[in-house]
Design a protein around this ligand. Structure first.
Ligand code: MG
Ligand code: ZN
Length: 224
């Protein structure tokens, strides 16, 4: 039960519906098992609109694709722009159109998985919908989560969204070339992430030049 106080001091009780969350969690477990049975490493890639998720996913697919079978799932509200951009990098891409929905859920991913040749696949990169709030509450069954944060989002991006980082193993701090112009202190952003989650791995990236992408792949353990 959650209590919300209104402006006039009255409080409203809201019963939190746990059943939806539990249902998603159950389907995420099915996905996790299916991926594991096929030895597929999956990464759920989260981040705000414009943080650089697609560019980074494309860069990772390009490098990983030289040695591994890589596919991507691109969550998008309406367009196929992101899926097309990743496909240009040589990866097999499936678009999940959420039809306005602001996050992917486990059931969408469950329906998408049989579209890939799971026997052949090594790595699945799942680009979630651009949103730092609710995707955090909907695990899709990937073994790892990565959050992409851009310096253009300002100095308080990480401290203001602690929950999204708690379940992430890696954070990519992207567009580092713009940090000075944005008056963002990269060391402070890194420190903020480590304060929220001491064992999170922080990698500085520039998706336009490819800087840091190999380190990101290593931090996610995708090269083993
Ligand atoms: Mg995108
Ligand atoms: Zn949502």
């Amino acid at each position: 039960m959650k209590t919300i106080k209104t402006a006039n001091g009255r409080s409203i009780e809201i019963a939190l519906d746990k059943s939806l969350y539990n249902k998603n969690e159950a389907i995420a477990s099915i996905n996790r098992r299916l991926l594991e049975e096929h030895g597929i490493k999956a990464v759920d890639i989260l981040g705000s609109i414009g943080s650089g998720k697609t560019t980074i996913t494309g860069c990772m697919a390009e490098i990983l694709g030289k040695k591994k079978a890589v596919a991507a799932l691109a969550g998008d509200i309406t367009t196929t722009i992101d899926a097309d951009r990743i496909r240009e990098k040589g990866a097999e891409v499936l678009q999940i159109n959420t039809d306005g929905g602001c996050h992917l859920d486990a059931n969408m991913v469950k329906n998408a998985l049989p579209m890939f040749d799971l026997e052949q696949l090594d790595i699945l990169l799942i680009e979630n919908v651009g949103n730092l709030i609710c995707p955090g509450g909907y695990p899709v069954g990937a073994q790892q989560r990565m959050v992409v944060v851009s310096t253009t989002e300002g100095p308080y991006m990480i401290v203001k969204h602690p929950y999204i980082f708690k379940d992430a193993s890696v954070v990519a701090i992207n567009k580092i070339d713009l940090a000075a112009a944005m008056e963002v202190d990269l060391a402070q952003l890194k420190a903020d992430a480590l304060t929220i989650k001491p064992d999170i791995r922080v990698v500085f990236t520039n998706g336009r030049t490819g800087e840091g992408i190999s380190e990101l792949i290593a931090a996610l353990g995708l090269t083993d």
